[in-house]
Design a protein around this ligand. Structure first.
Ligand code: FES
Length: 76
């Protein structure tokens, strides 16, 4: 698997509580935007994100962002 699988053409906006999250970078998880272990054997790994305070996150769903789990507009 050379390229991640896109899971959408726009970011997923979510108000998240403080905690540790693992964003799916491969696009194969059935629990988007989070890793469910489906990346095994693909060469992709989840991206860990620690959220210190409740805030809105724009999760990258196209999996092309250069800013990790965060949308950077690459889906356009
Ligand atoms: S399932 Fe995609 S990174 Fe884990």
């Amino acid at each position: 698997m050379d390229q991640p699988q896109s899971c959408g053409s726009k970011p997923l906006t979510q108000e998240v509580e403080p905690g540790t999250y693992f964003w799916c970078s491969c696009g194969l998880s059935t629990n988007q935007p989070f890793c469910d272990g489906a990346h095994k054997g693909t060469g992709f790994s989840p991206v860990k994100l620690v959220v210190e305070e409740k805030k809105k996150i724009f999760w990258c769903m196209c999996k092309a962002s250069k800013n990790g789990a965060h949308c950077d507009g690459s889906h356009k």
